[in-house]
Design a protein around this ligand. Sequence first.
Ligand code: NAD
Ligand code: UDP
Length: 360
Amino acid sequence: MTVTRLCILGCGGFIGSHLLDRLLSEAGFEVIGIDTASTKIKCHLTSPGFSFVPLDIENSAAVRPFIQRCDMVVSLAALCNPSLYNTIPVRVIENNFSQPRAVVAMCSEYKKRLVHFSTCEVYGRTISGYAGRPSGGAIERFNEDCSPFVLGPIGAQRWTYACAKQLLERLIYAYGFERGLEFTIIRPFNFIGPRMDFIPGIDGEGVPRVIACFMEALLFQKPLKLVDGGKNRRTFTAIEDAINAIMAIIKKPDKAKGQVFNIGNPANETTIAGLAHRMRDIYQQLNPKSAGRTIDIVNVTSEEFYGQGYEDSDRRVPDISKAADLLGWKPAIDLDEALCSTMRSYIEDYGKFAAETKQQ
Ligand code: NAD
Ligand code: UDP
């Protein structure tokens, strides 16, 4: 199988915008991009080889002809911001399960390869963080084909997203098993890079993911907030490394067929408290004028920060041996390098707003 015509759902978001950059810089791809938003892909709206369709995928009848026209559907569209999981859980479940469910059925009907973006959150929390046991025990690398999924109780609505994504994975697998759907499932581990999320009050409202929260604090000289002390850990993955993996999946569809891949960088693990200190140091290096002005790092409870029903993954480190063996992929960018390039781009994009605020 050779893939030349792609339909990307959710092409206007963080990962979609970087995937478009790469696909459109290489010859030989025709891309139809569907999203309700296009600000992050403005530069591509008139690019040869790209057609943008402003559409909500809830309208599956309108999406159908675009799926019919392509070789591969890359399904990125989602509400994937943890602050939403326990505040608008119904929409989170609809958006991450009910809506993409129709996409799965259409890919099966028209025999199109589906590359679906799931999440490392399907693993939930580690066994060491289960039932109140302290986190930070022996490292358990999550393996796509062996690790159990440990989610919290239903009252802890944090897990609505993980559970919806997990059920969709099972549905995709079932379509493969019963009806011959060809698929690949990707579980991203905290990709970071330029154009991730938004800065509240400038180009979005609400609480973004942690990198944008900390950047807002640094740019506007507010305290960085550590939820429940920032003891939980994440492994952050540079978007360039992640796009290399996605391109390998697009270019080696036979190797990727029927597989679930962890895409992450196990070497880039840090506690969130460690991340806050690193980002504050890097910000001072990138912005020598800010040296001498110490920005505080403070603790907040998860209930104060996210509201009731929030729980956290304590630790998630990927086993990436399958992606190495089948795709020949390995991440190469370390955490400091990934943070530096991400933070530099936030400073370029938002620095002028921070400067204006200071003058007022
Ligand atoms: P993002 O929020 O930046 O992008 C998602 C895009 O989907 C947005 O542009 C949004 O407008 C669009 N969208 C949402 N609902 C839609 C709908 N009904 N119709 C049309 N467009 C819709 O998110 P991202 O970081 O680019 O993530 C992309 C995918 O990867 C998601 O499925 C997410 O769950 C998964 N993922 C990402 C990460 C990560 O580290 N970025 C981690 C785990 C999982
Ligand atoms: N977090 C934090 N301060 C913030 C934002 C997030 O301590 O201002 C924590 C959050 O509780 C979680 C981690 O940072 O432990 C990563 O959160 P993010 O929203 O980026 O996504 P997640 O990895 O949980 O999906």
